[in-house]
Design a protein. Structure first.
Length: 131
């Protein structure tokens, strides 16, 4: 009885630590999305004091998505938010989410959304005109 209770407590504490690590990784990605040098498993594994491959497996196990896919999701979400602001240029949005060129950003955005950033921006404008 006592042994099982101790095991359950240890397991709960481990789950809390694991979730804390994943939350730290997500926070770090969101806060540093504009700096591609900071957003890689090597750098982040150093910050949370875990082996790179272990962190990668842990992240996938807990979140259900690969680390690189999560970074892409964050970039797309942030790009969409910035595209909703009319007076921000696409090249500035590219820089804000960690791309060195608007061309690379446009290619990335189209791959993940099916439309170019300009097409997305135009669809927002058209939607606002007709609503």
């Amino acid at each position: 009885m006592v042994g099982k209770a101790i095991f359950d407590i240890q397991e709960t504490e481990q789950d809390i630590r694991t979730q804390d690590i994943i939350n730290k990784v997500k926070y770090y990605v969101n806060e540093n999305i504009n700096n591609p040098d900071e957003i890689n498993l090597t750098r982040i594994s150093e910050l949370v004091y875990l082996n790179q491959s272990y962190l990668s497996r842990l992240f996938k196990q807990v979140t259900g998505v690969n680390f690189s896919d999560y970074v892409s999701e964050v970039r797309v979400k942030k790009a969409k938010e910035l595209l909703e602001i009319n007076d921000i240029k696409i090249k500035d949005i590219a820089q804000a989410i960690g791309f060195s060129s608007a061309t690379n950003f446009a290619r990335f955005f189209k791959k993940h959304t099916g439309v170019t950033p300009q097409e997305y921006k135009n669809s927002l404008i058209n939607r606002n005109i007709f609503t």
